[in-house]
Write a protein that binds this ligand. Structure first.
Ligand code: AMP
Length: 196
């Protein structure tokens, strides 16, 4: 097997189920780019993982396996790399795929939310009619850094009436303290990095 659970900690004070995972297949497949997009940032580039079929299959299979016994009525994908993970998951699971896009990309009636990035600012939008009120939706992105993106995504979906049942990312950077923003939410990731 290419992965192991390093630690499983239930932080009861903040009710966060924190799975600190290490996956050697994923770790080996991710390209690290120093000082991108600005000095001091290590960019964990999943395009190199996507270009390796065995690593991509392994990642999607682990995602599908992780949620096999968890209730998921729909999956919400954050542009752009979140699309690439959420799409095979939605196809396999047979649930609706809801796209959360950058400002101005969706043609229909949208709701939107702006947020701060690790490096800059952004806005995420969704077609209101694509979000079914009362349904449990899984939010998917490639990487959680400061957590601002997934926080905005969760709030957007909740504003539209959905119940966010969890957050999935291939990579997470817990040292950037996203847990404060995402307190009370179940976050699952496959590969964590302790520092940049
Ligand atoms: P954040 O909102 O700070 O959690 O940033 C997460 C979003 O920005 C994700 O969509 C990532 O694709 C991207 N991102 C932020 N920091 C990095 C990083 N160090 N390496 C790769 N992607 C990143």
């Amino acid at each position: 097997m290419g992965f192991q659970h390093d630690a499983l900690t239930l932080a009861s004070d903040r009710s966060i189920l924190h799975l600190m995972n290490s996956d050697t297949v994923i770790d080996a497949a991710i390209r690290r780019v120093a000082d991108f997009p600005k000095p001091g940032i290590t960019f964990y580039d999943l395009t190199s993982l996507l270009a390796q079929p065995a690593a991509f299959r392994h990642t999607v299979d682990r995602m599908i396996e992780t949620y096999r016994d968890r209730p998921v009525d729909a999956v919400a994908a954050i542009e752009a790399r979140g699309f690439l993970l959420a799409a095979p998951f939605a196809y396999s699971r047979g649930v609706p795929l809801v796209l959360l896009r950058k400002k101005g990309k969706l043609p229909g009636a949208t709701i939107s939310r702006s947020f701060d990035l690790e490096y800059g600012q952004d806005t995420v939008e969704v077609h209101r009619e694509d979000v079914a009120p009362g349904r449990r939706i899984l939010v998917v992105d490639d990487l959680i850094a400061t957590g601002g993106t997934v926080e905005a995504a969760c709030e957007l979906l909740e504003e539209a009436g959905a119940i966010v049942s969890g957050i999935f990312a291939v990579v997470a950077l817990p040292f950037l303290d996203y847990e404060k923003k995402l307190a009370g939410r179940e976050i699952i990731y496959l590969q964590g990095y302790a520092s940049e």
